[in-house]
Design a protein around this ligand. Sequence first.
Ligand SMILES: [Zn+2]
Length: 236
Amino acid sequence: MLDERIQQLMLLQSRDRRKANSENELKQLPEVRASVQQKIEIENKTMEVTRQSILELETSSQKIEGDIADIESRIIRYKTQQLEVKKPDEYKALQAEIDLLTKKISSLEDAQLELLEKIDVEKDSLDGARQPLGEKIERHNKRLQSLDEREIFLKKEIAELTQSYNESLEQIPAELLRAYQQVKRIAKRSPWVVPVENQLCGGCNLRVSNDVVAKALVEGQVSNCDQCGRIVYFER
Ligand SMILES: [Zn+2]
């Protein structure tokens, strides 16, 4: 059976640590949330890059279409002029111009065909990526939702733990509280109240002196590890 004072200290420590853990987790939440949101942005950007490239290809293709239409109307104009000219030389000159423009149309059409093929490839890759990316984003959104729920839970838990921690603070004798708070100042990391086994401190794992053992076991005093300063107890 543990000393009653040690029991009080253990209870205080347990509430203290649980409260600190929850507070710590709550503090980390914004960072965790930001990293999930960043992942969503990256997935969206991947889609956006492909979408943008399709748009650019389509714009180029439309420009070629406009160029072809311009050239076609010039050809019609030249053909009309051919009907009106009297001299064979003038007729020939117009014909040469028309032939040149016809060739130009043909090479523009080849270029446009190539663009349309590229657009098809990009659209296929966008279609292929849409579902897996969508699923990933959905998973990230679910994670965000669970973080929101976790935040609500933690806030409620912290309120409850703060209340029970304060109760412990009120119930524990002043000299025990002082001892506890002093250890917290010396040893930065919990636990602060630790068992001794085979004369080894449960906090720092170093051997405690015979004086410490005697003080605790014989004199029944609250004693501290002479290496790390934590409050030590012996299970009897
Ligand atoms: Zn120690």
